[in-house]
Design a protein around this ligand. Structure first.
Ligand SMILES: CC(C)(COP(=O)(O)OP(=O)(O)OC[C@H]1O[C@@H](n2cnc3c(N)ncnc32)[C@H](O)[C@@H]1OP(=O)(O)O)[C@@H](O)C(=O)NCCC(=O)NCCS
Length: 331
């Protein structure tokens, strides 16, 4: 189905908040894990602020689907919140929403340099879509969503997220400052994106601080290192405290920062391993490598449904996670 053939796509305004929340409630009920998705007042505020831009699709006048781009840093945007009414699926609504957001929400934004998306790993519809729009694999976030937040998830096991993305502008070579396994994963991502790795490294960087974010509904605590006022000196202790009640932790480390290798090394010793490489994902728009640590039983390879292209990434991420657990146990 194309625009014009009964399909109308446009960018949402704050006045669409009620309808957008209504579609999510219709599909997931009121208990959706992220309240900002289903609370019309919170959604209205986000839409008015401009850092969340939704496209809505109507088929013969009825809301058929919606999708958003959300600002993660000055240069990085995430395609997220995709939902198409079951009756309207498999007619190209997602493709139309995605194309509209790219052309109307991102291209006019001169600061936008990269977009990414997190795809569930219990079906391949969005993974195939990512491939169709030229996105490459950036990582695999293990056990990211509780099953209750995901349509069609089988059983209670949390659902992982494949991270894929694409540049909107040409990217310069990266001066990777990380080493070992994490470096190998970052190099593989950059190679796939067609971005070179410079033999040079930076000799100096701004002092690293830490900004904390928590998503209790996801059982997630997230530390972002970079230009932030929080002191980094006791990261491991602070993480241990912050993680009380959380089952999942992420730490984003600026990958060109002269201290990156030392920080990654200290995190690997407490069980962290590679999750994803996010171009422009840092607090000041610098590239970061996201390290992850998931408590509880690790997901097995067969618990994820992935396109063949992503199987080497899956195996590498699972092997790294297993090694990090072993090293932590032996420390
Ligand atoms: C994932 C989701 C958003 C896809 O929406 P959609 O509008 O059905 O997506 P599209 O129609 O663009 O593409 C789906 C399939 O239909 C095919 N298709 C597109 N236009 C078509 C047409 N006119 N006729 C037949 N098939 C068509 C696409 O090629 C694609 O097939 P493929 O997966 O084999 O490559 C929808 O299934 C959904 O809301 N799922 C629940 C929420 C969810 O899983 N969100 C994603 C989390 S990552």
């Amino acid at each position: 189905m194309h625009e014009g053939e009964g399909l109308e796509v446009r960018l949402a305004t704050a006045d669409d908040a009620e309808d957008i929340a209504g579609l999510i409630r219709a599909q997931y009920g009121d208990g959706y894990a992220d309240p900002t998705y289903v609370d019309p007042a919170a959604l209205r505020e986000k839409l008015a602020g401009g850092d969340v831009r939704y496209a809505v699709a109507r088929v013969d006048g009825v809301l058929a689907g919606q999708m958003a781009v959300e600002r993660c840093s000055r240069h990085l945007w995430e395609f997220a919140r995709a939902l198409v009414r079951p009756a309207a699926r498999n007619h190209g609504v997602l493709l139309a929403l995605d194309g509209h957001l790219l052309e109307r929400a991102l291209r006019p934004d001169r600061a936008a340099r990269f977009f990414f998306a997190r795809s569930v790993t219990h079906h391949v519809v969005s993974q195939r879509h990512g491939r169709r729009v030229g996105a490459r694999a950036l990582g695999l976030l293990l056990g990211h969503w509780p099953a209750s937040a995901i349509e069609g998830a089988a059983g209670d096991a949390p659902v992982s997220a494949l991270v894929t993305g694409r540049a909107l502008v040409p990217m310069r070579r990266r001066r990777l400052a990380v080493a070992g396994r994490v470096r190998a994963r970052c190099e593989a991502v950059l190679d796939d994106l067609g971005v070179g790795v410079s033999p040079e490294t930076l000799k100096a960087g701004l002092p690293l601080g830490v900004a904390w974010q928590a998503a209790p509904a996801l059982g997630l605590v997230h530390a972002r290192l970079g230009r932030a006022p929080g002191a980094l000196a006791t990261l491991s202790d602070d993480l241990a405290r912050a993680r009380e009640g959380a089952r999942l932790a992420w730490v984003d480390v600026p990958s060109e920062h002269p201290r990156a290798a030392a920080v990654v090394d200290s995190l690997e010793r407490v069980g962290f391993s590679f999750g994803a490489y996010l171009p422009f994902g840092g607090l000041a728009g610098e590239d970061v490598v996201r390290l992850q640590r998931l408590d509880g039983p690790p997901p097995g390879p067969t618990s994820m449904t992935l396109l063949d292209d992503h199987l080497p990434l899956r195996d590498a991420v699972l092997a790294d996670a297993a090694l990090a657990r072993t090293e932590q146990a032996c420390a």
